[in-house]
Design a protein around this ligand. Structure first.
Ligand code: DGI
Ligand code: FE
Ligand code: FE
Length: 191
C-alpha cells in the first residue's frame, strides 16, 4: 500500500470508534476486491473505502455547525436527519483535511449513502461495498447482493436501493429525494 494510504489509515483510526473502524476496513478491502474484479485501481478504491465514513463519529450538533462553517448546502431531508450529513461533510474533510484531490474518490465519499444518478464505477463500488462488507449482518438479501456485487454491479445497486427504500418506508423515515432518483435511474438503466 502507498505511503499516503497508510498515513490516512492511521488518522482515520483515531477519529472513529472501534466498531466503525472495523466496518471501514471491511469496506476498504471489499472495495479493493471489487476493483480487481472490475479492472479499477485497487489503491483508489481502498482509499475511498477508508475515507467514506470519516465524518461519521462527529456529534450531530457539530456536524451541523461544520456544514454551516464550510458552507455545505443541505436539503430538507438532511436538515431533519443528521446521520445523512456524514457523506457530504466527509467529502469536504477528505478534500480539505486529508488532502485528497481525486474527484472520483471524493464523489464516492459524497454519494455513498444515497447514491446518485449516473455514478462512476468507483462510486458504485463504494456504495455497494458499504452494504456488503463482512461485518454487515442484518441487511436484507445479503447473500444475493454479495453475489450480484461481483456479477452485475448495476443490479446490485438497484437491489440495495430497493431494500433501503422499503426499510425507510416501513419505518416512516424521511427519504432523501436523491435515494429515489438514484433508484429510478438505475431501474430504467437495467431495462
Ligand atoms: O454510514 P453507514 O452506516 O456505514 O452506511 P450509510 O452511510 O449507507 O448509511 C446507511 C443508513 O442510511 C441506512 O440506515 C439507510 C439510511 N439511508 C439511506 N438513504 C436514506 C437513508 N436514510 C434516510 N432517512 N433517507 C434516505 O434517503
Ligand atoms: Fe456512511
Ligand atoms: Fe459505511
Amino acid at each position: 500500500m502507498t505511503e499516503e494510504i497508510n498515513r490516512i489509515k492511521k488518522k482515520i483510526k483515531k477519529v472513529l470508534d472501534k466498531e466503525r473502524y472495523q466496518h471501514t476496513l471491511g469496506v476498504a478491502y471489499t472495495a479493493c476486491s471489487m476493483a480487481m474484479r472490475y479492472g479499477e485501481n485497487p489503491d483508489r478504491l481502498f482509499l475511498a473505502g477508508i475515507l467514506h465514513d470519516c465524518a461519521k463519529n462527529i456529534p450531530n450538533q457539530e456536524k451541523y455547525a461544520l456544514c454551516k462553517k464550510y458552507k455545505i448546502s443541505l436539503n430538507e431531508t438532511e436538515k431533519i436527519a443528521p446521520y445523512l450529513l456524514h457523506s457530504k461533510l466527509g467529502a469536504y474533510l477528505a478534500e480539505h483535511t486529508y488532502g485528497i484531490k481525486d474527484m472520483e474518490v471524493l464523489n464516492a465519499v459524497r454519494y455513498h449513502t444515497t447514491g446518485r444518478p449516473g455514478m462512476s464505477r468507483i462510486e458504485k463500488i463504494i456504495f455497494t461495498a458499504d452494504y456488503i462488507e463482512p461485518n454487515r449482518k442484518n441487511a436484507p438479501n445479503l447473500p444475493e447482493v454479495r453475489r450480484l456485487a461481483f456479477t452485475d454491479l448495476d443490479e446490485a445497486v438497484v437491489k440495495i436501493l430497493d431494500d433501503t427504500l422499503e426499510y425507510l418506508e416501513s419505518g416512516s423515515r424521511p427519504i432523501d429525494p436523491m435515494t429515489r432518483m438514484t433508484y429510478e435511474f438505475y431501474l430504467d438503466y437495467l431495462d
